[in-house]
Design a protein around this ligand. Structure first.
Ligand SMILES: [Zn+2]
Ligand SMILES: [Zn+2]
Length: 144
C-alpha cells in the first residue's frame, strides 16, 4: 500500500513537472489524490480528504491549486453536477462520464461509442466525443 502511495506521488510529480508547475508538497498531495480517487472529486471532497493528513491545508490553497492545474491543462473541469465543479485528471483520452445522482460519484465510461469522432456532422467536424450521462450507478442499483 505504501508502495502505491509512493508511486502515485511520483506520477503526480512527473505530471506537474512536465506541465511546468513547481511540485510543492501540497500540489503533489492534491494531484495524487485526484489521480487515485477515480471519482472525479470536487474541491470540497479534496479538502475534506486531505485535511487530516495536511493540517495546514486551506480551502483557498485547494481552489488556487485546482485553478492552476486547469489552466495548465493538467485537469479537466467537469460541470456535470449542477452545484459544483468536479475534476478529471484524465485529459487525454476520449471518454465519457456517468454521474450517479444517488452517490454523486462520476465514473469514466469508455464504452460509449466514440464513432462520430473524426466525422462531419451537419457540416461541423467532430474532434472529441465527451458525453455526460446521468443515472444510478452499479453499486447504488445493487443496494436498492
Ligand atoms: Zn451511485
Ligand atoms: Zn474522466
Amino acid at each position: 500500500m505504501k508502495q502505491d502511495i509512493d508511486n502515485s506521488r511520483y506520477r503526480a510529480q512527473q505530471v506537474l513537472v512536465s506541465a511546468g508547475i513547481k511540485p510543492s508538497f501540497q500540489r503533489l498531495m492534491i494531484l495524487s489524490f485526484i489521480m487515485n480517487a477515480h471519482i472525479h472529486p470536487s474541491a470540497e471532497e479534496i479538502f475534506q480528504n486531505l485535511k487530516p493528513e495536511i493540517p495546514t491545508l486551506s480551502r483557498t490553497t485547494v481552489y488556487n491549486t485546482l485553478n492552476l492545474l486547469v489552466e495548465k491543462g493538467v485537469l479537466l473541469p467537469l460541470t456535470i453536477s449542477e452545484h459544483e465543479t468536479r475534476y478529471d485528471p484524465n485529459t487525454g483520452s476520449n471518454h465519457s462520464h456517468f454521474f450517479c445522482h444517488h452517490c454523486e460519484r462520476i465514473f469514466d465510461i469508455q464504452e460509449v461509442p466514440a464513432c462520430v469522432a473524426g466525422q462531419e456532422l451537419e457540416g461541423h467536424l467532430v474532434e472529441n466525443v465527451r458525453l455526460y450521462l446521468t443515472g444510478v450507478c452499479r453499486e447504488c442499483r445493487s443496494k436498492e
